[in-house]
Design a protein around this ligand. Sequence first.
Ligand code: ZN
Length: 329
Amino acid sequence: MSLPKAELHLHIEGTLEPELAFELAARNGVELPYADTDTLREAYRFEDLQSFLNLYYELMAVLRTERDFEDLANAYLARAAAQGVRHAEIFFDPQAHIARGVEMGTVVEGLWRALARSEAVHGVSTQLIMCFLRDESAESALETLAAAKPYLDRIVGVGLDSAEVGHPPVKFREVYEAAAELGLRRVAHAGEEGPPEYIVEALDVLGVERIDHGLRCMESPELVARLVRDRIPLTMCPLSNVRLRTVDVLADHPLPAMLDAGLLCTVNSDDPAYFGGYAGDNFDAVRSALGLGEETLRELARNSFLASFLEHDEELRARYLAEVDTYEF
Ligand SMILES: [Zn+2]
């Protein structure tokens, strides 16, 4: 669906399509343990968050140079633009690269080569959000923030991702305080597989402005009331929820109930190469599976721009909102 929208929950490493993985593997002399793109695509049928993460980290081995990260970002931006994405706030996972000897500068400069030209080339404005891997230590997160200091003019905020359960937000209090002092915006994955208490902690302890996923807030009426009152955006990823078995089938997704409750929900793709679709595909999927009407879809698109970190350019936000309002289905 080409309805204009902002994508606020997108891991750039999760946009690596099998074709590009093989191209980069050949370029860098990396041996992939898959015979061809079809065999690799088969492997994309994982069972749960951990089996997805195992493949996700395995394939990152093909990303080595600035040019690789530039190509990865360009491929995503082209696909996103074709599906109506007008603004993208892109997550990246530096620890996953630094751990295999790829420097912070290679990642950021490579992504930046694509992002700097994105408005001109793809018609998509962009921002970069650096995520900490929550299954790594708090010390490692602090080291990662320190390594990012020379590049902070290119990074709008910090996030928290990877395996949630057993890694509560409070573990990252110190690094989020340091990020706040550096003027970085703060978001975190919470309430995807983890309990509603993780959402409360992300708000109270980490001071986040947006919650990524946040699905399980629905188990706590008190928390829902707070999220509604404070207009805290939730970046939902419906196709991801089905693939990772957070919900059984899309028709059971709580999105309509969440909108009815007054929550500021947005629809995003998470790791589109792995979860079966980009932002527009997610809109199409919720439209057909949940029977969402045009005005609800328009509300979701408006929410995405309202929840965007576009405070530096309110004129641009207003222009995007006007595009949503005048869009003809
Ligand atoms: Zn995510």
